[in-house]
Write a new protein. Structure first.
Length: 176
């Protein structure tokens, strides 16, 4: 199945490593050039903002999804193609994932981890069967990948995590 839209989950903060923002911008350019619609958290801050702005600079389509409670915290992006407001975080995740053909996780905090694990759980339960990618910029997710390997080796997963996740180190490694 061709990917025409992708949900990207990432931080509303920049993090300490400049590579996170660089990769977000490269990803935005890549998605816009491929005419892949970005569905993301709707913020104009941090990695989210860098990604959305790179898409917009290349005339890409950007759809934001933000719960009411985050509107003042994450600062909704005024220049994106569409903005959807949801009642809560669960509705946000559900809308983002249901509107996308695949999902991609960039560096982020608790919210990003919550989104990743909910998507993995939904796929494990056959609620969705969409590709999930992790952009492991500068080894950001190395410890998490190690823990996933531990969960697998201790027989807590129903299938190999690599059957659910594609892990890349740069945006250029993504193949859609």
């Amino acid at each position: 199945m061709a990917i025409t839209s992708i949900a990207v989950f990432c931080g509303s903060r920049e993090g300490n490593n400049p590579l996170y923002i660089k990769h977000a911008k490269q990803l935005g350019n890549f998605l816009a050039e491929k005419s892949i619609t970005l569905i993301y958290g709707g913020s104009n801050k941090g990695i989210m903002g860098a990604l959305a702005n790179a898409m917009l600079d290349k005339k890409g389509k950007v759809i934001g999804v933000m719960p009411k409670l985050l509107n003042g915290i994450e600062h909704s992006h005024p220049g994106i193609s569409e903005m959807h407001e949801t009642k809560d975080m669960h509705s946000r995740k559900k809308m983002m994932y249901s509107r996308a053909d695949a999902a991609l996780v960039l560096p982020g905090g608790y919210g990003t981890m919550d989104e990743l694990f909910e998507m993995l759980t939904w796929n494990q339960l056959n609620i969705h069967d969409k590709k999930i990618y992790i952009l492991n910029s500068s080894g950001f997710y190395d410890h998490l990948i190690g823990h996933l390997k531990m969960m697998e080796s201790e027989n807590f997963l129903y299938k190999k995590f690599t059957e659910q996740l594609t892990i890349v180190s740069t945006p250029g490694e993504l193949i859609f």
